[in-house]
Ligand binder design. Structure first.
Ligand code: NDP
Length: 288
C-alpha cells in the first residue's frame, strides 16, 4: 500500500486565503491586524524564520513590524520594548524569536508579553487555558496538525494517538489537543523503553524529536496516519524529517512530507492566532 500525501502547503494556502478574507473585513472597518516580531542577535536560522513570518503576514494583509536588537541588549531594554508593544493598539500579536542570548531570562521575557497578544502561545496563562480547554490561542504547530487531520478527514475520536516527543512547544500541547478531541493519547520520549511497542499500536503517530529518519516502517502499524514534525538536515544538507518517508509511506494510510507538511501550517496558525487577537481587539474597540 502506498500512503496518501498530506499536503501542508496546499492546506496552509487554503487557510491563509480564509484568513486574508477575514483580514480584509477588518481592514474595511478600519482595523489592520499587526504582528510584531522581536529578533535578538544575528542567528541565521532565526533570521530566516522571522523573514518567513513577516512575508506571510504581509501576504494576508497584516501589518508586520520587526524589532531588531543586538545580542548585547540588556534584559531590561528588551522588556521595555515588550511593554511598549503591549500598549500599542496597532499590534495584535507579539512574538519573541527564541533562543535568546544566555544573559536574558527567556521565561521572564515570555511572561512579560500580554497574554492577549501572545500569538505564539508560550505564556503560562495561555498554555494553562489551552490545557483546561478554555477559549485561548492554541499552540501553532499542534493547532496546525489538528487542522491537517481535520481537513484530510482523519477520524480522531476514539483513536489511539501516539506522540513521540514531549517538548513544551510541540509534544505536550499536541497530546492535550488530541485528548480534547477524544483520542486516547500515549506520550513517548527519550526514556521510553521499547518505543516500537507503542508506535506500532498508533492509529495516529506524531513524531517530534529532531532526529533524522529515526522512525522507519518497523515502527508503524499498517494504515496509520503519520505526522512528521521534525526539521533536520541529512548528510547532504537536505531538509528532512524524523520519519523515513520512503519506507513509511508504503505502510501508512497517509503521511506528511518534509518539507511541505507541518512546516507551512505552523506559520499559518500564527497568522490565525493574530487574526483572532485582532478580531477580539476590534470587538472591544481597541484595534487601529
Ligand atoms: P525538543 O528537542 O525540545 O524535544 C525533543 C523531544 O524528543 C524530547 O521530548 C525528547 O525526549 C524526545 N526524544 C529525543 N530523542 C528521542 C528518542 N530517541 N526516542 C524518543 N524520544 C526522543 O524538540 P522540539 O519539540 O522543539 O522539536 C522537535 C523537532 O520538530 C525538531 O526537529 C524541530 O526542528 C522540529 N520542529 C518543527 C516545527 C515545524 O513547524 N515543522 C516546529 C517546532 C519544531 P526527552 O524529553 O526525554 O528529552
Amino acid at each position: 500500500m502506498s500512503g496518501k500525501l498530506i499536503d501542508g502547503t496546499a492546506i496552509g494556502k487554503e487557510i491563509r486565503l480564509e484568513i486574508k478574507d477575514r483580514v480584509s473585513n477588518l481592514l474595511d472597518n478600519g482595523c489592520k491586524p499587526g504582528l510584531a516580531v522581536v529578533l535578538v542577535g544575528d542567528n541565521q536560522a532565526s533570521r530566516t524564520y522571522v523573514k518567513n513570518k513577516q512575508k506571510s503576514s504581509v501576504e494576508v494583509g497584516m501589518k508586520s513590524e520587526l524589532i531588531e536588537l543586538p545580542s548585547t541588549v540588556s534584559e531590561e531594554e528588551l522588556l521595555g520594548h515588550i511593554s511598549k508593544l503591549n500598549k500599542d493598539n496597532s499590534i495584535n500579536g507579539i512574538l519573541v524569536q527564541l533562543p535568546l542570548p544566555k544573559h536574558i531570562d527567556e521565561n521572564k521575557v515570555i511572561s512579560a508579553i500580554d497574554p492577549e497578544k501572545d500569538v505564539d502561545v508560550f505564556h503560562p496563562v495561555n498554555v494553562g487555558k489551552m490545557i483546561i480547554g478554555q477559549q485561548a490561542f492554541l499552540s501553532c504547530t499542534p493547532y496546525g496538525i489538528i487542522k491537517l487531520l481535520e481537513r484530510t478527514g482523519t477520524e480522531i475520536k476514539g483513536k489511539h494517538a501516539v506522540i513521540v516527543g514531549r517538548s513544551n512547544i510541540v509534544g505536550k500541547p499536541m497530546g492535550q489537543l488530541l485528548l480534547q478531541r477524544d483520542a486516547t493519547v500515549t506520550y513517548c520520549h527519550s526514556k521510553t523503553e521499547n518505543l516500537a511497542s507503542y508506535t506500532q499500536d498508533a492509529d495516529i503517530l506524531i513524531v517530534a524529536i529532531g532526529k533524522t529518519k529515526f522512525i522507519d516502517a518497523e515502527h508503524i502499524k499498517e494504515g496509520a496516519v503519520v505526522i512528521d514534525v521534525g526539521m533536520n538536515r541529512d548528510e547532504n544538507g537536505k531538509l528532512c524529517g524524523d520519519v523515513d518517508f520512503t519506507s513509511v509511506k508504503e505502510k501508512a494510510a497517509a503521511i506528511t512530507p518534509v518539507p511541505g507538511g507541518v512546516g507551512p501550517m505552523t506559520i499559518t496558525m500564527l497568522l490565525k492566532n493574530t487574526l483572532h487577537s485582532a478580531e477580539k481587539a476590534y470587538e472591544k474597540g481597541n484595534c487601529s
